[in-house]
Write a protein that binds this ligand. Structure first.
Ligand SMILES: N[C@@H](CCC(=O)N[C@@H](CS)C(=O)NCC(=O)O)C(=O)O
Length: 212
């Protein structure tokens, strides 16, 4: 049995879900909100840093989304989510690292959270966070646009673990008008998003907003 333990609105949770859907793996979910103070002890035993997601498969627990996705790719049959060529494989790892290190905070925690998510749950938002996030998002979008133009990754044809990783972040970012505008000026990345947004695994895992 496969169980994905995570928070429905988490982009990292969605990355793992997209990989599971792409592979055609049946799974159950256990909802854990890591932002609450009462994260269950069982979860902290599985994830010593108290974040989500954790994947459990036949008694084997694994956390860190990149590791989870690599495990899904190796453990299950289904379409391959990693290319075989050295350059493409390197680019997949590079996109994932860019997204984790430089993209998540500005795109999701600053722009999306303050412009879209917080208002949707009646929480205050901070315009300074949105401006800072937007400013920090430009080098990230620029770097990803260059990689998309090169053609080894985010090519709109071969769906890889890089696509799984980036799609939930862009899906949130473009819900803010500022985010949608910023994406438009990065045409290769915008073309990639037009392709990825229509992908069945991306559509099926859309968490919506708490208020919707
Ligand atoms: N490096 C972790 C990051 C996971 C992560 O940051 N998840 C967020 C939800 S999107 C979380 O659990 N946040 C809780 C917190 O920041 O306390 C991974 O790749 O799984």
């Amino acid at each position: 049995m496969v169980i994905l333990r995570g928070y429905q609105f988490s982009v990292y949770n969605r990355i793992a879900r997209i990989a599971l859907h792409e592979k055609g793996v049946a799974y159950e979910t256990e909802e854990i909100d890591p932002f609450q103070t009462d994260v269950p002890l069982d979860h902290l035993r599985r994830h010593p840093f108290g974040r989500v997601p954790v994947l459990s498969h036949a008694g084997f627990d694994i956390y860190e989304t990149t590791a989870i996705c690599r495990y899904i790719e190796a453990a299950f049959e289904g379409p391959r989510l990693l290319p075989s060529g050295a350059k493409a494989l390197g680019r997949v790892a590079q996109v994932i690292s860019i997204v984790d290190c430089y993209g998540y905070r500005p795109l999701v925690r600053q722009v999306f959270a303050h412009r879209v998510f917080r208002p949707s749950v009646g929480e205050d938002s901070d315009e300074t966070e949105i401006s800072k996030g937007l400013e920090a998002s430009f080098p990230v979008l620029g770097a990803l646009n260059v990689l998309a133009m090169e053609g080894n990754v985010l090519d709109g044809q071969n769906f890889t673990l890089a696509d799984c990783h980036l799609a939930p972040m862009i899906a949130y970012f473009v819900q803010a008008a500022e985010g949608a505008n910023a994406l438009k000026s990065h045409s290769a990345l915008a073309d990639w998003w037009a392709y990825a947004a229509d992908r069945r695994s991306v559509e099926e895992t859309d968490p919506g907003l708490p208020s919707s």
